[in-house]
Design a binder for this molecule. Structure first.
Ligand SMILES: *Cc1c(COP(=O)(O)O)cnc(C)c1O
Length: 385
């Protein structure tokens, strides 16, 4: 059969993946009778493993039920959803907000609602797969600029503008980028992006999936860090990373949100987020606001780990914050990941197609939820590699 042949080909290329079933207790993972410290999670502040968020989820489930029962436009919008949306809008410093079932769906919904046939979407080459899929599904012309290359983006937008002048095409141009890149741990040049987009009449979508809770004075994200709140047309984020729950959102001006309620199919034709997830997210945002020390701990650790690994002679990609990519080209990444596992560290190898061939790496995800001893164990394990 063709599928088994394709699977065999994946295996022979070392690209075959399978699911691992784990059990978890805090940042400890149990698998195959052994225990590992988890350095693979996006739970940057440890809020997905706190009793406060779990209790909020449990209470909401007991009060409102385990499911929402309908899509948001039918009878699925409960007070907890509206509360979450106003909380998120205030937290992100934006006028309004709309919550989706996941971050993937939020990107799919926003992009396909805003652009279509006759428009253009321009993406950073290293954008998350959900933005790429959204752009493809939208039917708009898809253009790509090299990672963080503003001169190249400007050139593309200039060309699109010129086409626009001679033919009634590209009614709307949407530029989209991750704020904090999940596999590289570097950030988008937001100020420059905003000025290039303004000059060329393009809209900007910034995906704050990994930056929310991590960047900014109050943890609102990279838009806050760059003082750009209220100045970017579409701000996207997820509830599944530093917020430790599940769900996604789009924040921006009121007409944008009203438009998405009416036009975003991945919002309209799907069941509302369960009340438990919404309540846990509200509690997590409160904790982000109340405990700025979590963020300070996280950044201190990221400096400490980077310094120690560099000193030990490892090659790190130029990066910042809790995502630490340690480069191990080719099959070395898998081997390093196995060696680390033998020493009780769970840190996955990132391979093609997630990253380009030759840039295989171990991606470390640090968290304020780790203990100091966890961080020391990580450094010790690398020193023995
Ligand atoms: C994780 C992620 C998403 C998707 O969010 P989910 O809530 O997990 O669906 C979107 N964009 C980026 C950049 C991400 O890292």
């Amino acid at each position: 059969m063709r599928l088994t042949a394709e699977l065999r080909a994946l295996r022979s290329k070392g690209l075959h993946r399978r699911l691992r079933t784990l059990s978890r207790n805090g940042f400890r993972i149990r698998a195959g009778g052994r225990t590992f410290i988890d350095f693979s999670s996006n739970d940057y502040l440890g809020l997905g493993r706190r009793s406060e968020t779990a209790r909020a989820a449990a209470n909401a489930a007991l009060r409102f039920g385990s499911g929402s029962g309908a899509s948001r436009l039918l009878s699925g919008t409960l007070t907890v959803h509206s509360l979450l949306e106003s909380k998120l809008a205030a937290f992100k410093g934006e006028e309004a907000c709309l919550v989706f079932g996941s971050g993937y769906l939020a990107n799919l919904g926003a992009v396909t609602a805003l652009v279509g046939d006759g428009d253009a979407v321009v993406l950073d080459r290293l954008c998350h797969a959900s933005l790429v899929d959204a752009a493809r599904l939208s039917g708009a012309k898809l253009l790509v600029y090299p990672h963080r290359d503003m001169a190249a983006l400007d050139k593309i937008l200039h060309r699109v503008e010129a086409t626009r002048r001679v033919a009634p095409t590209y009614r709307r141009i949407l530029v989209a980028t991750d704020a904090y890149f999940s596999m590289d741990g570097d950030v988008a040049p937001l100020e420059k992006l905003v000025s290039v987009c303004r000059r060329r009449g393009a809209w900007l979508l910034v995906d704050e999936a990994h930056s929310t809770g991590v960047f900014g004075e109050t943890g609102a994200g990279l838009t806050e860090h760059c003082a750009l709140q209220g100045k970017i047309e579409v701000v996207m984020g997820t509830l599944s990373k530093a917020i430790g729950s599940v769900g996604g959102y789009i924040a921006g001006k009121k007409p944008l949100i009203e438009f998405l309620v009416n036009r975003a199919r991945p919002f309209i034709f799907t069941t509302a987020l369960p009340p438990s997830a919404a309540a846990a997210a509200i509690r997590a945002i409160e904790l982000i606001e109340k405990e700025p020390g979590l963020r300070r701990t996280l950044w201190k650790r990221s400096t400490r780990v980077r310094r120690a690994l560099k000193k030990a002679g490892f090659r790190l990609a130029p990066s910042t914050g809790p995502i630490v990519p340690v480069m191990f080209p080719g099959k070395k990444a898998l081997k390093a990941s196995e060696k680390l596992r033998e020493r009780g560290i769970y840190a996955p190898a990132i391979r093609p197609p997630t990253v380009k061939e030759g840039t295989e790496r171990i991606r470390l995800s640090l968290s304020a939820g780790h203990s100091e001893a966890d961080i020391e164990a990580l450094i010790a394990a690398f020193n023995k590699l």
